[in-house]
Design a protein around this ligand. Structure first.
Ligand code: ADP
Ligand code: MG
Length: 592
């Protein structure tokens, strides 16, 4: 056999391994989920690459995952027929950290500690390959990539700072393709090496894996076997002249065989009537590594021009970090073509960036399997899909807003309200869908957010416009002098207190044919002009205005008599085409 070579782990790997072992000791069983998920990823990769490189599939073996538990020796083997690893990939993948799941884990660990949270949550995150050491003293990875003609064996031990790689030479151990992991369990963890235990964990953690998972199980069948008669009795029968009648008894014949233990029909292909809300939620949590149920889900099939199936979800929380709103590369949408996973790496192709928080799976029969980024961007099919997906997403959000449970929408708004406001600015085509979902405080609802529909319902019979004022808080909005006349007339005014609100509203321009009107702009017309009285006032105060203008000079554009105030003597207003005071404040803040 060829000698094995020893390699040091990258420093971060050793640290990560310590972390995993220390923080997940009470949740060790996640190791199986992680290793199965890697096997499933490896099968996905091969199936995907096989479309354009059929020579990778020259070994005609099924795509599956097989788990064998040897309870006498405390050994578990997990074998997949996926893409495998070359020697270099072994070093790159299992000796260094570059992986997404692990990064998320580290962050969760930190957030969780900061929040004083419990360790159980962490079990929900992808922690990756090294979780094998939660239960193993020694892990062996024997792997054969279809790109290489050799099979390699990676071997590592718990608490070690190095690992070895050698070539597999034992002909008994050669596999046609894929990866076989052998876990030599720690003394206290040998209990995992029971087929029933494995089966239970798979059902619990990996029920949505779309490749068959088999376990090696002892089975039995019953059969009738002839039993030899007691010789004395046989003799007696003979003497009695009885015809010989063979006696039989039932025995159980034992044998071992592979048993399929998961349902491989993807959930989105099932009939929605047969899928429960719990199933959808479980699928969501398993697929997206989430620990909270989604706020809403929607399972649909579209037919006609373009055919696809999809399940979409609205998460319960927005990811933390302020970049997320403008980062559409969220891996939130998993695209399949004819059940083959294609990609989750999108950049606005399937959802506009302001809806990039929507998660889900999309499975199309109308795209080529070897679909590339360029095809995605130019495809008519994708454009139609996008339209439908966006519409469904809005339906789903509208559904939350109309549910009896007002809290759900409050939660949605708190997390994703900003996204919808961004939508007002970026997606004119969908204004009609976005506008009913917006929420604001108002002069008549300072504590509870209202919708534009609620505003419209509350309008005075002769009121034509929707009034708003932008300010930095509800308190300053309600105390501006601009409010005086409107309050006197009992007209409701929307308080736009989020910096983005004003731009969003200006983009909408109107709602249900009612224009949005900024009450701080100079030409505010409350429909109560009294020309007679205005003339009188002009005569009386015209000179005063001229005098004030002379003293203020360039600081103001003009000084005018107004009927807008009832108790304050004067107010500064913005010109009709100028920035509002709020905008000016924003511009200033941004240029600093
Ligand atoms: P992640 O799955 O998030 O990438 P892991 O720590 O689970 O992180 O795995 C690290 C890498 O090791 C994977 O990205 C993959 O390249 C490789 N790998 C792990 N298990 C397998 C496997 N069964 N077959 C092929 N490659 C694997
Ligand atoms: Mg993984």
């Amino acid at each position: 056999s060829t000698p094995s070579e020893r390699y040091e782990y990258q420093a971060e790997v050793s640290r990560l391994m310590d972390l995993i072992v220390n923080s997940l000791y009470s949740n060790k069983e996640v190791f199986l989920r992680e290793l199965i998920s890697n096997a499933s990823d490896a099968l996905d990769k091969l199936r995907f690459l096989g479309v354009t490189e059929p020579e990778l599939l020259k070994d005609a073996v099924d795509f599956d995952i097989r788990i064998q538990a040897d309870k006498d020796n405390g050994v578990i083997t997990i074998t997949d027929t996926g893409i495998g690893m070359t020697r270099q990939e072994l070093v790159d993948c299992l000796g260094t950290i570059a992986q997404s799941g692990t990064a998320k884990f580290l962050k969760a660990l930190k957030d969780n500690k900061d929040a004083g949270g419990d360790n159980n949550l962490i079990g929900q995150f992808g922690v990756g390959f090294y979780s094998a050491f939660l239960v193993s003293d020694k892990v062996t990875v024997s792997t054969k990539s279809p790109k290489s003609d050799k099979q390699y064996v990676w071997e590592g031990e718990a608490n070690a700072s190095s690992y070895t790689i050698r070539e597999e030479t034992d002909p008994e151990k050669l596999i046609p393709r894929g990866t076989r992991l052998t876990l030599h369990l720690k003394r206290d963890d040998k209990g995992f090496a029971h087929p029933e235990r494995i089966e239970k964990l798979v059902k619990n953690y990996s029920q949505f894996v779309s490749f068959p998972i088999y376990t090696w199980q002892e089975k039995g069948y019953t059969k009738e076997v002839e039993v030899d008669e007691d010789p004395a009795e046989a003799k007696k029968d003979e003497e009695d002249g009885k015809t010989e009648k063979k006696k039989t008894k039932t025995v159980v014949e034992r044998y071992w065989d592979w048993e399929l233990i998961n349902e491989t029909q993807p959930i989105w292909l099932r009939n929605p009537k047969e899928v429960t809300k719990e199933d959808y939620n479980e699928f969501y949590k398993k697929t997206f590594n989430e620990y909270l149920d989604p706020l809403a889900s929607s399972h649909f099939t579209t037919e006609g021009e373009v055919e696809f199936r999809s399940i979409l979800y609205v998460p319960a929380f927005a990811p933390t970090g302020k970049d997320d709103i403008i980062n559409p590369k969220t891996k939130n949408i998993r695209l399949y073509v004819k059940r083959v996973f294609i990609s989750d790496d999108f950049d606005g192709e399937l959802f506009p960036r302001y809806l990039s928080f929507v998660k889900g799976v999309v499975d199309s029969n109308d795209l080529p399997l070897n679909v590339s980024r360029e095809i995605l961007q130019e495809s008519r099919v994708v454009r139609i899909m996008r339209k439908r997906l966006v519409r469904k997403a809005f339906d789903m959000i509208l559904g939350i807003s109309m549910s009896d449970n007002r809290e759900d929408y409050e939660k949605f708004w708190e997390n994703f309200g900003k996204h919808l406001k961004l939508g007002c600015i970026e997606d004119c085509e969908n204004h009609k869908r976005i506008a009913p979902l917006l929420r604001f405080f108002s002069s008549q609802s300072e504590e509870e957010l209202i919708s534009l529909d609620e505003y419209v319902e509350n309008m005075k019979p002769d009121q034509k416009d929707i009034y708003y004022i932008a300010a930095d808080s509800v308190n300053s909005a309600k105390n501006t002098p601009f409010m005086e006349r409107l309050a006197e007339k009992d007209l409701e005014v929307l308080f736009l207190v989020d910096p983005i609100d004003e731009v969003a509203i200006q983009n909408l321009k109107s709602y249900k044919e009612k224009n949005f009107v900024d009450i701080s702009k100079e030409d505010l017309d409350l429909g109560d002009k009294n020309e007679e009285r205005e003339k009188e006032m002009k005569q009386e105060f015209g000179q005063t205005c001229d005098w004030i203008k002379k003293h203020l000079g360039d600081k103001v554009a003009s000084v005018q008599i107004s009927n807008r105030l009832s108790s304050s003597p004067c107010v500064l207003v913005s010109g009709k085409f100028g920035w509002s005071a709020n905008m000016e404040r924003l511009m200033k803040a941004q240029s600093m």
